[in-house]
Write a protein that binds this ligand. Structure first.
Ligand code: UDX
Length: 448
């Protein structure tokens, strides 16, 4: 009987913090690394730097030193410790969009590898999970053998991650599928051992080469982005023809070749993944001489950005043609509900455009206020939905938090200047709002 594998997780953002806690939950001894001592201290207290449902509970269940914890999970800033501890090292650092370019910034991945590899004095499997341009794994594998004192006994594998923010814990413990890009039987076996529990629960396990594993991730995100932009393009046509995109989505979604999911029209996709991933994918295809294959993604991107502009148009129209001097109440700042993430958030982008056009914009979001304030300090922020819409000439619903679906239109109607609501997410019930004497408008839906 061999000793159970010891696992390290490098980078403790959404992906890494969740992966580390999930690995401890699956029974492994886990050491997480972050270069930020503040982050490490927080995680050791069982706190997360971001809001992610269920994650703090899972951390506290396992972080060493907590009452009744399994003690299987620890954090460090030391690469020496990580190299000495782990049989398998998961690289979970982020790969943002390069400043002013479409391409992906690989500097965090590169520096993680450059820090870890020279310290590997015993056999190890280094597993990339970050979303990277195709071809990165092959390059990193070469660099790993060059730098590692154990040479070929340090091996690379690629294991893309498909978790959604807001569902990170659930998606990590019960993945739809596990994809591994490997170059050896040994690497495959080790990864099967890591994922034995989800495999036993029926998660499909797809074994492939490096480039395919990298491409699975970028193509999955491109497909999802395309699906959203498709329905948003239909919303544009519905607006021109006086059709109803919500009904249309429902009706086409009954065809299970199409499916109901990811067909919600609105102000489009944002966040730290879909927008930058499709752009990085286009940039990489260009380098490979295959840019023509992905020209449609440019259209996907521009449909997406047009929806934000259309929302601003609708607001301008609602307040009588000019935004200057009007008051707008904005519900939602994060790029999606159940997250405090405001990266490339369509909601904040729309709020910002309204502000730049002279409106006095007051924003409320259940979890994203702190991040929104840091990113957009010139907007006003209110402590509740009711306070955000007080005195408003129009109310914009821009992130579909459950809290907003449960709002009482009559109560809100008491405090606004004009009962005019614009639904940018198509999740409010028009019948309810109209019954309370609100003028209700939504993207891709008929006016009355
Ligand atoms: C996405 C992928 O879903 C995930 O598999 C990948 O690992 C990372 O990127 P995430 O960024 O967390 O996950 O958000 P997701 O739930 O995919 O939503 C992305 C954006 O699309 C949000 O802004 C959301 O509001 C928007 N969206 C989603 C729509 O506008 N309409 C829809 O029907 C679905």
């Amino acid at each position: 009987n061999r000793a159970p594998l010891k696992i390290t997780v490098i980078g403790t953002g959404y992906l890494g913090a969740t992966h580390a806690a999930a690995m401890a939950e699956l029974g492994f001894e886990v050491l997480g690394l972050d270069i930020s001592p503040e982050k490490v201290a927080m995680l050791e207290r069982g706190e997360t730097p971001m809001y992610e449902p269920g994650l703090e509970e899972l951390l506290r269940k396992h972080v060493a030193g907590h009452p009744d914890s399994s003690g299987r999970l620890r954090f460090t800033t030391s690469y020496e410790e990580v190299a000495e501890f782990g049989d398998i090292h998961f690289v979970c650092v982020n790969t943002p969009q390069k400043h002013g370019e479409y391409a992906c910034d690989m500097s965090y991945v590169d520096s993680a590898l450059e820090s870890l590899a020279p310290r590997l004095t015993r056999p190890a499997l280094v597993v990339g999970k970050s979303t990277v341009p195709v071809g990165s794994a092959a390059r990193l594998a070469e660099r790993l053998t060059e730098l590692a004192p154990v040479g070929e006994d340090a091996e690379l594998a690629w294991n893309p991650e498909f978790l959604r923010e807001g569902f990170a814990v659930q998606d990590t413990l019960h993945p739809d599928r596990i994809v591994v890009g490997v170059r050896s039987e040994r690497a495959e076996q080790q990864l099967r051992e890591v994922y034995a529990t989800p495999l036993a629960e029926g998660s499909p396990f797809v074994v492939t080469d490096f480039p395919t594993a990298e491409l699975v991730k970028t193509s999955a995100n491109s497909f999802l982005a395309t699906k959203i932009s498709f329905i948003n393009a239909m919303a544009e046509v519905c607006e021109a023809a006086d059709g109803d995109v919500v009904k249309l989505a429902e009706a086409i979604g009954h065809d299970d070749r199409i499916g109901k999911k990811f067909l919600r029209a609105g102000i489009g996709f944002g966040g730290g993944c879909l927008p930058k991933d499709i752009r990085a994918f286009m940039a990489r295809a260009g380098e490979l001489g295959a840019s023509q294959a992905l020209t449609f993604l440019r259209e996907v991107d521009s449909i997406n950005m047009r929806r934000r502009a259309q929302m601003v148009e609708l607001a301008r129209d609602a307040v009588g043609g000019t935004l200057l001097g009007t008051r707008i109440g904005v519900l939602g700042a994060t790029f999606k509900p159940d997250s405090d993430d405001v990266r490339d958030s369509p909601a904040l982008n729309v709020a910002g455009q309204l502000h730049l056009q002279g409106a006095q914009v007051t924003v409320y979001d259940p979890k994203g206020m702190e991040n929104a304030r840091a990113l957009f300090p010139t907007l006003r922020y209110a402590p509740s939905a009711l306070d955000a819409v007080r005195g408003a000439d129009a109310v914009l619903h821009l992130t579909e938090w459950r809290e907003f679906q449960e709002l009482d239109p009559a109560a809100l109607g008491e405090v606004v200047a004009v009962r005019h609501v614009l639904d940018g997410r198509n999740t409010l019930d028009p019948v309810l709002w109209r019954k309370a004497n609100w003028k209700f408008r939504a993207l891709g839906r008929p006016t009355a």
